[in-house]
Write a protein that binds this ligand. Structure first.
Ligand SMILES: NC(=O)c1ccc[n+]([C@@H]2O[C@H](COP(=O)([O-])OP(=O)(O)OC[C@H]3O[C@@H](n4cnc5c(N)ncnc54)[C@H](OP(=O)(O)O)[C@@H]3O)[C@@H](O)[C@H]2O)c1
Length: 276
């Protein structure tokens, strides 16, 4: 029997997030517009953007013409804008750029130890109360910071978006989030292509007649994550959607868990930054 993976996960607002989304970092200008439009045309309904990506207008152009209620749009406030008024201003600017009335999810992109966390969460909660965002969340929060956040947030934290792929499974963090009803979104779910040549991944892909990218995404989905792979290629966009109608066995999952290679791809200074 094929292990079933949910296509959506309900967030604290009661609205649901699709478990497959499109990452849009570096999707810029005409190439970006083409990729996002192609993804929407083939059925993607969850788009991940950020203030920092400088592409929110392009996302706005791509989503124009789609029923807003059918889409799930995540954005992220830059670490430099976590003071109360800056969060509100960033959200307003994001809504203008996207040409939409609300965001489904707004995340703190990176923690900023210079700004007291409660004021950022108060601003996000205010945005929920005003209907500007449906859910609020965090990104790049390690366990110690996540625990603090869970204690002080005035509204539930819907999501923690963190680096996760076969070369980096953050088990303590995943358990903490899952135990507290916080959805985990795996960013760089293909390890920015580093995992695609891995021998174990390739062997499992051949066995199931799928691709290494599909194995990585399916492994993350079976571990309960949301995945947001990015691509500019129509072939890859389509391939990355093919993750719901087949399954990894327990043995496959254990084999991927046991890959000895460990690598944090985004920001090698991560731990020092977190403690800063
Ligand atoms: N919150 C954060 O701090 C944070 C940090 C990093 C990323 N993110 C989010 O996560 C998203 C995804 O992460 P990412 O963009 O860094 O990396 P990724 O999705 O792991 O990898 C993207 C790379 O994989 C290639 N690719 C995609 N599908 C493929 C396939 N089926 N076969 C072979 N190659 C494939 C793409 O090239 P082609 O264009 O040629 O397909 C691209 O070079 C970002 O776009 C962003 O939205 C968030």
């Amino acid at each position: 029997m094929v292990a079933v993976v949910a296509r959506t996960i309900e967030l604290p607002s009661g609205f649901s997030i699709p478990t497959l989304g499109l990452g849009t970092w570096r999707l810029l200008e005409e190439e970006g517009l083409r990729a996002i439009s192609a993804a929407l045309a083939m059925g993607y309904r969850h788009i991940d953007t950020a203030e920092m990506y400088n592409n929110q207008e392009i996302v706005g152009r791509a989503i124009a013409g789609y029923e807003r209620a059918e889409l799930f749009i995540t954005s992220k406030v830059d670490a430099a804008h976590l003071h109360y008024d800056d969060v509100i201003a960033t959200c307003e600017a994001t809504l203008l750029e996207l040409d939409t009335d609300y965001l489904d999810l707004l995340l703190i992109h990176w923690p900023n130890p210079q700004v007291p966390m409660p004021q950022t969460f108060d601003a996000l909660a205010h945005l929920i109360d005003r209907g500007k965002i449906r859910d609020m969340g965090v990104s790049n929060f390690q366990p110690h910071r996540m625990r603090m956040a869970l204690e002080i947030a005035p509204q539930p934290i819907a999501c923690n978006q963190v680096e996760m792929h076969p070369y980096l499974w953050q088990d303590e963090l995943a358990r903490l989030c899952q135990d507290n009803g916080v959805a985990v979104t795996a960013y760089a779910p293909l390890g920015r292509k580093h995992i695609l040549e891995d021998e174990t991944i390739r062997m499992i892909a051949d066995k199931h007649d799928v691709t290494p990218a599909q194995v990585s995404l399916r492994w993350l989905l079976q571990k309960g994550c949301i995945v947001i792979p990015r691509s500019t290629s129509e072939e890859h966009l389509r391939e990355n959607m093919g993750v719901y109608d087949w399954a990894l066995s327990g043995v496959d999952i254990a084999a991927i868990d046991d890959i000895p290679h460990r690598e944090r791809i985004i920001n090698a200074e991560f731990e020092e930054f977190q403690e800063g």
